[in-house]
Each structure stands twice: as C-alpha cells, then as structure tokens.
Design a protein around this ligand. Structure first.
Ligand SMILES: [Zn+2]
Length: 350
C-alpha cells in the first residue's frame, strides 16, 4: 500500500512506517566544491552532506555534514535542511576552506536552538606539526563564538532572550576527537549507520571517512594525498584512502588537475600541488578499489576559471571534459561526477 505523499510529510514515521513501501536510502550532496581559499563565481566552500533514511520520507533521518566551507548554511537552506536538524559534523582537517562555515552553523544553532540537542563535532585530536605549530579542532570549537562575544553581540542577544546558552555557541558543540591511524576505526555510529576514519596526509591531523549504511557506502577523502609528499612515488593518492574505498559505492574526493603541475605554466607552488590527488591518479585508485561512482569536488582549478587565486590557467579555463579525460587516463570505467555545488547522487536499496 502506498501512502499519499502529503500524509507522510505531516504524519510521524512511527504511525505510517509499517504501511510504507520504504527502502533504505543514501543521499550524497556536494554542498560546496570550491578548491582552496579563493572564491569563484559564488561557489561555496568544501563540504558534503550525507543523508540516510527511508526513501518514502525523503531520505533524511540522519544528516551528516562532512566539512563546512564558506556558505554551508546557505547551501543547506537550498536543500531545505535547517542547521538545527544536522545530526553531526565531521572534519577532514581544519584548513579555513573546510571549516569556516562552522562559525555560522554554530551561531545559528545557538540563536534558534539553544535548547539543544548538541551537535556532534567529530575530528582528529590535536596534531603537532614538525614546523612547531599544532592544529586543534578542539580549540577551534572552544573559540567558535569569540569574535561575537568580544563585540558584545552575544551579550545583547542574551539580554533579549536569556534562554540562549550563556557560554555562546561553543556550548552547543559536542566535540568527539579520535587519533587517526592507518587502519580504519569506527568514530561515530547511529543505529545501522557507522562512520569510520583513517589517517591521511595533507596537513597534520588530516583524516578521511567512510560511511556505511544499509543502502550503500560513501567515502569522503577530503584533501588526502600520498604519504610520500613529492615524486618519485607511484601515485599522488593516499594508500589509506584506497584501502578505505575498497568496494565503496561512492568516493567523494578533492581533485587537482595536472595542468596545475610543475610541468605546466601556472606557476602554482609545487608543494601545494603535490599534497593533493590528481584527477588521473584518482581515476586509477577508483578502478583498483572497485568504486562505483567517483564524485570529484574541491576542483583546482574550478571549471572555466581563468586562474586559481593568482595562478593563471593555461588555455584560459578547464571544461568538464578535461577533468573526465584526466580521470579516464587513469583507467576508471565507472561513473564520474565533476562536482558543481549541490550535485547529488542517491542510492535506494533494492
Ligand atoms: Zn582544501
């Protein structure tokens, strides 16, 4: 028996679930595809929304956000996802282009959802760099409202509504850290859904994730690159991500086009080029790992961009075909999405 769509919208799942022709459903949406700190034509910063639920009820019982680049709240609003409904956020690393949108997410939750629930924030434990600094997701979370507290904004909002939490938005973040390792370990779970993480190389504390659900699986590589930071090496991709991606239905991964490499004329700094995965090597990884669908995101350079930040692109801009050709050069025969903001891939279990 089919339930009319409107009833499902207004009813509770418990009441109607036993009648619905429901199937487990996994929805993967690129909330932002900008590669690195530049802004190009309004693209949002890096982020991926993974939703899981019943196909009959919009596939949205769990809403897991991986990275929160610039503009994440606007992108979620286009999908009809209020930040108060996010279940958890996960960070591959805390470079600003992957994390700055959390300030807005947390501020909004504090403003309208101070009564809770807290937002799980899953990330690496503090990681020391050989250069002497340390990258700390915990400190980022603790300081998330500091500018607004310093300006008096929060005191003014609190005076209007004392039900808001006095400590500001940091009080609504439930930070859950883990020590990333070469072998995958479960770092978060809910019901039948597990999220595992591994260590990967980019900056200290970088991690990549895999979400396993009854509908399918998705790996979020982030900005992972090879442990050998420059050639000679077999690949620019991460061996740990390859392990994590074995048999995955979907791989979402940041990509750099070979045109930015030292053989080209862009002048892009080689160490920055070498710490990303190239489109060609991601194609090869996906083929070896048996990935079903490769979603390229965090494109360096963006489609059609005449430059990446200050670095000019040979020929004036790349096309979708340029990226796909590079992936096919790596031997991948599966489906490829060259990511644009809000690109989506859904799997409904048979
Ligand atoms: Zn990045």
């Amino acid at each position: 028996m089919k339930i009319p769509f409107g009833l499902v919208l207004v009813g509770t799942l418990a009441c109607f679930g036993s009648f619905a022709q429901a199937a487990p459903c996994l929805d993967v949406t690129l909330t932002g595809t900008q590669g690195g700190p530049p802004v190009f034509k309004g693209q949002a910063g890096a982020g991926t929304l993974v939703r899981f639920g019943d196909s009959e009820t919009g596939c949205s019982d769990l809403m897991l956000q991986f990275d929160t680049g610039r503009g994440t709240t606007q992108q979620l609003s286009k999908l009809g996802v209020p930040v108060g409904k996010l279940t958890a956020v996960f960070f591959t690393h805390i470079h600003s282009d992957h994390s700055e949108g959390l300030i807005d997410v947390a501020q909004l939750r504090w403003h309208f959802n101070s009564g809770g629930p807290k937002l799980d924030m899953v990330c690496s434990a503090d990681s020391a760099s050989p250069a002497g600094h340390s990258m700390s997701c915990t400190k980022y979370a603790a300081a998330i409202g500091d500018a607004m507290i310093a300006s008096g904004e929060m005191a003014q909002r609190l005076a209007e509504n004392p039900k808001r939490l006095p400590g500001g938005p940091a009080d609504l973040l439930n930070v859950m850290t883990f020590e990333p390792a070469n072998n995958a370990a479960v770092v978060w779970s809910s019901g039948d859904v597990t999220v595992s993480a591994i260590r990967s190389t980019h900056v200290p504390g970088h991690a990549s994730y895999r979400v396993d659900t009854p509908a399918g699986s998705v790996v979020i590589g982030g900005d992972a690159g090879n442990d050998a930071r420059k050639p000679p090496r077999a690949s620019s991709t991460s061996a740990q991500v390859e392990d994590l991606a074995k048999g995955a239905d979907i791989l979402v991964h940041s990509v750099i086009h070979p045109v930015m490499g030292p053989d080209g004329s862009s002048g892009f700094p080689p160490p920055i080029y070498f710490r990303q995965s190239t489109a060609t090597d991601l194609g090869a990884l996906s083929q070896r790992a048996g990935v079903g669908h490769l979603m390229l995101t965090h494109l360096i350079p963006p489609l059609g961009a005449p430059r990446q930040g200050p670095y000019p692109i040979e020929g004036g801009g790349l096309t979708e075909a340029n990226y796909i050709d590079a992936v096919r050069d790596g031997g991948f025969e599966g489906d490829v999405t060259v990511g644009s903001d809000l690109a989506n891939y859904r799997i409904i279990a048979e």
